[in-house]
Design a binder for this molecule. Sequence first.
Ligand SMILES: Cc1ncc(COP(=O)(O)O)c(C=O)c1O
Length: 420
Amino acid sequence: MNNLNPVWIREQFPSLEQRVDTTQAVYFDGPGGTQVPKRVMESVNQYYLKMNSNIEGAFLTSQKSDQMLTNARNAMADFLNARSAKEISFGLNMTTHTFNISRAIGKSLKPGDEIIVTVLDHEANVSPWNALIENGIKVNCIDIRTEDCTLDLEDLESKLNERTKVVALGYASNAVGTINPVREIIRKAHQVGALVFVDAVHYAPHGPIDVQDLDCDFMACSTYKFFGPHLGVLYGKQEILDQLPAYKVRPAYDRFEIGTQNHEGIVGAMAAIEYLADVGDHYGKSFLNQYQDLEGRRLKLKTGLSVIEYYEKELMERLLAGLEEVPEVKIWGITDRRLLHQRTPTLGFTVTGFSPRKVAESLGCKGFFLWDGDFYAQALIERLGLLSSGGLVRLGLVHYNTSQEIDRFLFEIKRLVRST
Ligand SMILES: Cc1ncc(COP(=O)(O)O)c(C=O)c1O
């Protein structure tokens, strides 16, 4: 069924040609930030050449910038399946958006109101909510099942009540890849009248997103994690955004876009979305029947992200099978093959006898780009008891990675453990 062609895909990403000494680099650092297709670079270049201006002027470059912003907002609405482009705000990054929204929501909360966050989350979806504790708000943290790093839904049930005003949770964990049952949690949160803020930063490059189907009230993501420039995106249900107090200058059009925006980043984000739609156009045909209610770019994006999801799952199966032959490697998170749809191909692991930094360094010399540490998923690393030992090594696959790269990695990790 899957017919994604990694050769065509890789041709779109010129930076993948990077070498470390004489060795071809392997980019396993996607969860920290992905590479960009050439059309993203070209669009940024074109922006500077043909449109560079501030907005709302009576002259050509300004009008082009206005049009570009409208087009980009529409593209992002298609990417998230928002009802309208008015529900999309651009910004510096996800963290800034989240602090803005927590501050705005916090204005209407009273002492004794409660907020739920999770142990699995990146600090960007924890600290902004913890900042409200000083106003007398209680923040409850949902635990995980440590055996597979999934959320403890019974703990959620026990903490969710009519005092809960916000549930803030990640779509997927950037440290261990767990995809949370977001739709189910949103439904439960709405039953007690709570708003739900979803951090989709880690999930976004790995599968189709549908804010209408999820029914989340807010979602934030960052385009540098899905093949675009460094830029944050906020989705909010229009009727809820309209009621929130916004920290903005009086004449500004968008209530949650503060000051002049990063136009060159926004144009690049739109090109990244067009690229993903093209992946759907080229390779997503076998998924068409799943999305019969959609058309145009929304359909292409859904099929594109679906074929990516399928391809990544195959890579993940190969990686897990290979690592299971190395008893010194411990994988933190879901490994059950029947549950691979509940995880992204982001693998957190440790190696007996080697610190995560040592593993990352040894592999770094061989051309592998991969992260070690806590990745700001501090509560999780603490909960797993890994804070003092340097956290995890994180191998993040995206759709420009290949089975050959995995085989090279497996060869090197086996060599490393034999070196003791
Ligand atoms: C899951 C997750 N959430 C939030 C963030 C923060 O995003 P930003 O860098 O756009 O503020 C990151 C960044 O690594 C992340 O991985």
